[in-house]
Design a protein around this ligand. Structure first.
Ligand SMILES: C[S@@+](CC[C@H](N)C(=O)[O-])C[C@H]1O[C@@H](n2cnc3c(N)ncnc32)[C@H](O)[C@@H]1O
Length: 363
């Protein structure tokens, strides 16, 4: 099997969380690009501007490709190219050729070298994480498919809870999660080793996922949960279960704006420091998991100094709970109640959500 083309094919963040915390529409957003969906959704939801940066050029290439889709394809073609709707290899190949032809010259060759693979699976399934999820799903076979279908077709949250408790949860599931997400198995195969480097040894990620699984499956309507559907079924079941930028309204909003997504290959802290006063909203994904405490504190100090006040910051964490440095005092204030309230309705609630506001108070 060829090496994955990027780490993540799909953003793991539910844009509703950032949209609420940022008070969209409006706002000048600096975002970590990741797989590109979250920045595009914020743009579709009416952020005044969105600039996405990433340290990983492969993620930026993917975000650029996604940002190009509304300029070249119709929405249904785009869903098929991404691998979120069924399509034949030949059809995907023809659409992908049109997309790559619209990319900057320097970005075409790499995609074109992988066209057969991308056309076979759809673009998002070329990600390291997505390949891993697909393998796990295949292990679950038809029984998993039947149970996941029962979950997404349940007519109420109470029915979802019944399906989860009676047909999905149990010791077998707990054991599978503990094994699949054991660092010795998951590191490198499902996630870049850097993403796990700060996780406390001996704290089981599989057990943590299992602990939040009931909320994921029963806390919000599964029929409208893109993240749940592509993990468990491999594709969304309808227009209600798509990231906003891939809905009809979001697509039209992006097409009308000619996809004004800025993309920068740089550290998020450098992007902030280079433009003091330019941004007032900051989406940090879960970079705190990828950094040591000192680096994260430096990032927050730069954010407090560079965001136009009052600035809003959202970060998420899975592995390590990093707090702001004490020296920031009132210049960066976390609202724990809002963060937890947003997580409880987030459609991928495995990450803890932290919402902070910056002010221009000086020490
Ligand atoms: C933090 S990861 C999130 C991926 C996934 N949610 C996970 O569990 O790790 C999202 C992106 O952050 C990028 N990233 C990490 N540290 C960064 C930094 N200091 N500046 C910009 N991007 C960074 C990574 O390259 C990756 O594409």
């Amino acid at each position: 099997m060829t090496a994955p083309l990027f780490g993540f094919g799909t953003s793991q963040e539910d844009e509703r969380t950032e949209a609420t915390a940022f008070g969209l529409p409006g706002g000048r957003v600096l975002a970590v690009a990741g797989a590109g969906d979250l920045p595009l959704s914020l743009l579709a939801l009416g952020a005044e501007s969105v600039t996405a940066c990433d340290l990983d050029p492969a993620q930026l290439r993917l975000a650029r490709l996604k940002a190009t889709l509304p300029l070249v394809l119709d929405r249904h073609e785009a869903l098929r190219v991404l691998g979120l709707a069924p399509a034949g290899t030949g059809e995907r190949l023809r659409s992908l050729r049109r997309v790559t032809a619209a990319l900057p010259a320097g970005q075409r060759a790499l995609w074109e070298a992988h066209l057969p693979e991308l056309a076979r699976t759809g673009v998002v399934w070329a990600g390291r994480y997505e390949r891993y999820v697909r393998r796990l799903r295949r292990l679950g076979g038809p029984p998993l498919r039947r149970r996941a279908t029962a979950l997404v077709t349940a007519g109420s949250l109470a029915e979802q809870a019944r399906v989860f408790d009676e047909r999905i949860d149990g010791p077998v599931l707990a054991a599978v999660l503990r094994t699949a997400f054991h660092p010795a198995v998951y590191r490198g195969r499902g996630l870049d080793a850097r993403g796990l480097q700060h996780r406390e040894r001996g704290r089981s990620l599989g057990r943590q996922y299992h602990g939040d699984l009931r909320l994921w499956c029963t806390g919000t309507p599964a029929a409208e949960n893109f993240w749940l559907q592509w993990h468990l079924l491999g594709h969304p079941t309808g227009p209600a279960a798509l990231p906003v930028w891939l809905t009809e309204t979001g697509w039209q909003a992006l097409a009308a704006r000619e996809v004004a997504l800025g993309l920068e290959h740089r550290d998020v802290r450098d992007a902030l420091a280079a433009c003091p006063g330019r941004y007032d909203r900051l989406h940090l994904s879960n970079v705190s998991d990828w950094m040591d405490e000192q680096a994260f504190h430096r990032l927050l100090r730069t954010a407090a100094a560079s965001l136009r006040p009052p600035g809003r910051i959202v970060w998420r964490w899975l592995h390590v709970d990093r707090r702001p440095p004490a020296d920031l005092g009132d210049r960066l204030v976390v609202d724990p109640t809002l963060g937890e309230r947003l997580r409880l309705v987030d459609r991928f609630p495995f990450y803890r959500v932290v919402v902070a506001t910056t002010t221009d108070a000086r020490p």
